[in-house]
Design a protein around this ligand. Structure first.
Ligand SMILES: Cc1cc2nc3c(=O)[nH]c(=O)nc-3n(C[C@H](O)[C@H](O)[C@H](O)COP(=O)(O)O)c2cc1C
Length: 180
């Protein structure tokens, strides 16, 4: 089982980047998980979609080769950050590498709601015809007050959150295997 994980934030100290890396580390015995970055992706430009720069080609290739995708996103103004939407827009064109690709979603905010509005919107985006990804039903990993649940190294330290994430990861792996 081969997964890719990436965060919808590009800032250095991003909690969601740290969470993406934590997921890669914690579940490495359960699946091969590669951490991808969306930092090098330029703004989507339809003029470039047939022959995009190498960063886009490589990102799309990794998505195409994966059995599943884990997206870890912050919430920006009640939706997903533009950088995440941009990455998905690239994937939605020409070879449409997210079509029928299983996706698990997680996210954390410093506020109480833990990205619930961003995740609802993300599910809607992933359901667009050009994207057409398969989103793991239920299993909403909404981590509020994430700054109190993570240590300096980016490890989750809140036991209830860790246990829930463990169960969602198991559900995702089982669901991907069943649908393969
Ligand atoms: C432009 C912007 C918009 C934001 N909008 C929201 C929001 O709608 N809801 C929310 O819970 N937090 C919001 N936040 C706070 C983010 O959740 C917080 O900055 C979080 O740490 C960002 O994720 P990161 O640490 O992975 O970069 C916003 C932050 C920024 C910079």
């Amino acid at each position: 089982m081969k997964f890719v994980v990436f965060a919808g934030s590009i800032r250095k100290e991003s909690y969601n980047k740290k969470l993406a890396n934590y997921i890669r580390m914690r579940y490495q015995q359960k699946a091969e998980i590669e951490l991808l970055s969306i930092e090098e992706l330029p703004f989507f430009n339809q003029d470039e979609e047939e022959n995009p720069v190498s960063a886009v080609r490589e990102f799309k290739q990794k998505i195409a080769e994966a059995d599943g995708i884990i997206i870890v996103t912050p919430e920006y103004n009640h939706s997903v950050p533009g950088v995440l939407k941009n990455a998905i827009d690239w994937c939605s064109r020409v070879d449409k590498v997210m079509t029928n690709k299983p996706v698990m979603i997680a996210g954390g905010t410093m506020g109480a709601l833990g990205t619930v509005r961003a995740q609802m919107h993300l599910r809607q985006i992933l359901n667009a015809p050009g994207v057409a990804a398969l989103t793991l039903p239920g299993n909403e990993v909404l981590i509020g007050t994430i700054h109190q649940k993570m240590d300096e190294e980016g490890n989750l330290v809140d036991e209830a959150t860790i246990q829930f994430l463990d169960s969602v990861m198991d559900n995702f792996i089982g669901w991907v295997e069943k649908n393969k």
